[in-house]
Write a protein that binds this ligand. Sequence first.
Ligand SMILES: Cc1cc2nc3c(=O)[nH]c(=O)nc-3n(C[C@H](O)[C@H](O)[C@H](O)COP(=O)(O)OP(=O)(O)OC[C@H]3O[C@@H](n4cnc5c(N)ncnc54)[C@H](O)[C@@H]3O)c2cc1C
Length: 273
Amino acid sequence: MDLKELPPHLIALGGSYLGLEFGQMFCRFGCEVSVVEMSDQILPREDPEVSESLLDALETEGMRFHFASKATQVAKVSDGLELAIEKKDGNTETLRGTHLLMSIGQLPNSDDLGLDKAGIATDKNGFIRHNGKLETNVPGIWVLGDVKGGPAFTHVSYDDYLVIFDNLVNGKNRTIDNRMVPYALYRDGRDVIPAMRRFWLRGFVGGALQVLSYGIAIWAMTAAPIAIVATLRETSVLFGAAIAVIVLKEPLRAARIVAACLIVCGLVMIRVQ
Ligand SMILES: Cc1cc2nc3c(=O)[nH]c(=O)nc-3n(C[C@H](O)[C@H](O)[C@H](O)COP(=O)(O)OP(=O)(O)OC[C@H]3O[C@@H](n4cnc5c(N)ncnc54)[C@H](O)[C@@H]3O)c2cc1C
């Protein structure tokens, strides 16, 4: 984070949100960027279509990827570093780079807070222990945000604040137990347009064929609708959106529902435009 120069060749260990975000940034700064990922796709938690479409975009920008590759050793050499990777098939390879970005997990910066002096308990990774009301083990001391562990999102931290505020100031008894945490992947809109066009088309054609043959329409219900609407908002590019999952025995009813979905999508697009 304190870099004073652009890395000539950055190796990002981990092909998830942070590795890709920083990788793309440095790639756009003109650096060579290689990403090493243990699983078979970037963003292993995402739908394969999403990963595929982003991979397309990132490779087009010039980033390189090593999948099914586990880093086993890193060594300093005169002009940078060498990273040994072991492939899923057992083969090994050594990558040479100048800088290494470790983007494979998160740890809290809690070790230098002197928590022990206040008697505040942490778990073995340093996250501050708390109950559902966000109280620590020390009465009167509360915890919120990333440092308490769990999903690390801005909206989670904000909701933590609302819970604590209600408990502390409004005398309520709110808890984060069973809280539903919405989740989203944010990307540059330009990354998703070409791939989403393709996926939309595939879903549309597939859905239409299924309506004709079985009276069943299963249209691509992946990230496409969200990405399409977001992209439309950002770019005002109109290329269509028709997404629904309908499982019906009667073709006529299916056709009516499909028509209704198309009208709704049309209205959404008009609104977005
Ligand atoms: C690259 C990146 C991209 C992200 N993208 C997203 C995203 O798209 N959407 C999303 O929802 N979340 C995203 N996150 C996660 C999100 O940033 C965090 O979940 C959120 O910032 C947590 O808020 P917080 O208040 O708990 O901690 P922070 O935002 O980290 O704030 C903690 C603050 O405390 C300060 N501090 C630390 N130690 C001390 C000390 N000893 N004394 C005084 N001050 C101190 C720090 O300087 C900092 O300002 C991203 C995170 C990263 C790293």
